[in-house]
Write a protein that binds this ligand. Sequence first.
Ligand SMILES: [Zn+2]
Length: 90
Amino acid sequence: MDRKSRYDLLNSDGDRRPRRICKECGRALASSYIGDTCQSCKEDAIYREVKEYVSENDVGEYDVAQKFDIPVETVRKWVQLGYMEYKTNK
Ligand SMILES: [Zn+2]
């Protein structure tokens, strides 16, 4: 007889309920949520790219927001928190 663990049952194609978790931190995601990592992990990943970009390019918050398709407020928040610095102070 085929004995399945509870985990297998949750992931089988049969009676599959929308049960999604962030692949980075394991936090539960809403079934309507798009993507497979949660908002904070997503921000985390973008943040690393942004930080590198900002340190290598002479750009401001609007350039960054546009390039990475993120809200200007998010960029501003990172700067305010001291997470990153612009190459030049404009
Ligand atoms: Zn996460």
